[in-house]
Design a protein around this ligand. Sequence first.
Ligand SMILES: NC(=O)c1ccc[n+]([C@@H]2O[C@H](COP(=O)([O-])OP(=O)(O)OC[C@H]3O[C@@H](n4cnc5c(N)ncnc54)[C@H](OP(=O)(O)O)[C@@H]3O)[C@@H](O)[C@H]2O)c1
Length: 256
Amino acid sequence: MKAIDMFNLAGKVAVVTGASKGIGKAMAEALAAYGAKVVLNSRKQEDINEVAKEINEAGFEAIAIEANIGDFGQARALINKTIEHYGGVDIIVNNAATNPVYGASIKTNEDAFNQIMQVNLQGIFELCKEALTSMQERGGGSIINISSISGLKPEPGVGIYSVSKAALIQLTNVMALEWGKYNIRANSVAPGLIKTKFSEAMWSNDEVLKHFTANTPLHRVGTVEDLMGIAVYLASDASGYATGGVYLVDGGYLLS
Ligand SMILES: NC(=O)c1ccc[n+]([C@@H]2O[C@H](COP(=O)([O-])OP(=O)(O)OC[C@H]3O[C@@H](n4cnc5c(N)ncnc54)[C@H](OP(=O)(O)O)[C@@H]3O)[C@@H](O)[C@H]2O)c1
């Protein structure tokens, strides 16, 4: 393969969860721009219809399928509807996540704990299991799980979320280990503080913002565009021998 073709995703089908805004939307746009047919997911059909329209109007290809990833039946249905529409699946970006509690982890009640684990961990497992046969039939695939720096080093205020993101890294490694024989690769991405709706409680707090910018070697918080390149790399043949990795996109924050 020529070097220039290594990032080409033409003929590939990519499912991106949580693609109505933020990191998921940016990654979906990037995968579509490199030629993938993209299936956009979130819990609100209207919002993902809007993103699909933007991608299609830009000359690329996307459809929108609503599903709550924390509802395992809906997570599996997302894969099955993708297969019905496009005939299979090659790339999955597990990006949707939840964090209903901000503060000391002692404030996390049973319901919140279960919700965090269902969306951020088990829903991803159920979704990937459902896609396994299709990926095997197509000769391989790439699973990209969006973890967090808090999966490597717990951040104050997001304790149980950090636990779910650490477990997601290990789930990714287990899939890499067990499914490598089918040429299915699985990698984790660990973003630092990225300016989105999800992280607003952090970047809109002057003290937290100051802490992050002062302790990040690149001296800024991240943007969603900062995550586009890693998605294309991990989805494509350019990363053909990369599996079980954790890719930091944190401006160097974990060095501090
Ligand atoms: N922003 C950061 O600083 C940061 C740092 C490290 C890691 N991350 C990780 O990056 C990922 C994306 O975060 P973001 O900052 O881009 O968040 P965001 O802008 O709030 O977007 C979250 C997306 O997920 C969807 N979503 C939420 N719950 C869902 C569910 N149960 N089922 C399906 N879709 C769901 C949302 O749409 P609906 O609500 O309409 O469903 C939306 O499309 C998450 O995994 C997060 O943990 C973010």
